[in-house]
Write a protein of this length. Structure first.
Length: 59
């Protein structure tokens, strides 16, 4: 059976990013993390451990 993508299934986020984790549920945290693209040349664990990083580009 062919499934059709429904617009209602697309999560576009909240109006402001500060509201993305208000309830702090597991689902909300996972959706927030999955909304980011991490380039292959970025070692995310270094960033998460607090090592110095320069982040630039459009907010």
């Amino acid at each position: 059976m062919l499934q059709t993508f429904q617009l209602k299934d697309l999560f576009l986020g909240n109006i402001d990013a500060k509201n993305e984790l208000i309830t702090n549920s597991d689902e909300e945290r996972q959706r927030f993390v999955n909304s980011f693209f991490i380039p292959e040349n970025i070692f995310i664990n270094d960033f998460l451990e607090g090592k110095t990083y320069f982040i630039r580009g459009i907010s």
